[in-house]
Design a protein around this ligand. Structure first.
Ligand SMILES: NC(=O)c1ccc[n+]([C@@H]2O[C@H](COP(=O)([O-])OP(=O)(O)OC[C@H]3O[C@@H](n4cnc5c(N)ncnc54)[C@H](O)[C@@H]3O)[C@@H](O)[C@H]2O)c1
Length: 169
C-alpha cells in the first residue's frame, strides 16, 4: 500500500523490501489518530499488522484498508485495560506467524491532575490502560527473545521503561 512517507528520513526508506518486511506488529489504539497512521506506515513497510482498538468497526476498516492495498491487517476488539480482550490478538498472531516482533503501546491516557491531586482510582486507571496490554503481549515477544517496544505514557515499574528503551531498534 502507498501512504505519504515524505517526512520519514530517506536513510530509513532505502531497503526496497521494506524496513519491517514480515515483522509481526500489534498496535493498540490503531483505529484512529496516531495509531492508525502507525498501522499504515508499518503495513507499507511490510509488517503484518494487528489493529487493536475499543472501536471495533473502525479497527476493521483500518485492517480492511491495509488488506485492500496489498498488506496484511487483522482487527481485534480490544480494551487494553482488560487482558482477556488482548489475549485473542496475541494468540492469533502466534498461531499465524509463531512470534510477535513489536508491540506499539499507543492507546494510553494520562491524568491532567498533578500527582498529589490524583486519586487511587485515577492512578489505577492510567496504569490499567497503559500497561496491562504490555504484560499480555510480552508472552509473544519473549518467544522471539527480542522485540520492539514503544513507551506508554507512564510506567509504574521503573525497569519497564528502561527495558523498552534497551530493546527498541
Ligand atoms: N495527539 C497528541 O497530541 C498526543 C500527544 C502526546 C501523547 N499522545 C498519546 O498518543 C496516543 C494516541 O493519541 P491520539 O491523539 O492518536 O488519540 P485518538 O483519540 O485519536 O485515538 C486513540 C485510539 O485509541 C483507542 N482507545 C482508547 N482507549 C482504548 C483502550 N482502553 N483500549 C483500546 N483502544 C483504546 C480509541 O478508540 C482510538 O481509536 C495516546 O496514548 C495519547 O495519550 C497524543
Amino acid at each position: 500500500m502507498k501512504i505519504d512517507v515524505s517526512h520519514v528520513p530517506q536513510r530509513l526508506l532505502q531497503d526496497p523490501q521494506g524496513l519491517l518486511q514480515d515483522k509481526v506488529a500489534l498496535i493498540t489504539g490503531a483505529a484512529a489518530g496516531i495509531g492508525e497512521a502507525i498501522a499504515y506506515l508499518f503495513a507499507e513497510q511490510g509488517a503484518h499488522v494487528f489493529v487493536l482498538d475499543l472501536n471495533e468497526s473502525r479497527a476493521a476498516a483500518v485492517a480492511n484498508t491495509i488488506g485492500a492495498n496489498g498488506g496484511s491487517g487483522f482487527s481485534f476488539h480490544t480494551d487494553t485495560r482488560d487482558p482477556e480482550t488482548v489475549r485473542p490478538a496475541v494468540q492469533d498472531a502466534l498461531n499465524r506467524y509463531g512470534h510477535i516482533d513489536a508491540l506499539v503501546n499507543n492507546a494510553g491516557i494520562y491524568s491532567r491532575k498533578s500527582f498529589l491531586e490524583m486519586t487511587e482510582e485515577d492512578w489505577d486507571s492510567v496504569h490499567e490502560t497503559n500497561l496491562i496490554c504490555t504484560s499480555s503481549a510480552e508472552t509473544g515477544l519473549h518467544r522471539r527473545g527480542r522485540g520492539v517496544w514503544s513507551r506508554s505514557e507512564i510506567s509504574k515499574e521503573p525497569d519497564v521503561n528502561e527495558r523498552h528503551e534497551n530493546r527498541g531498534q
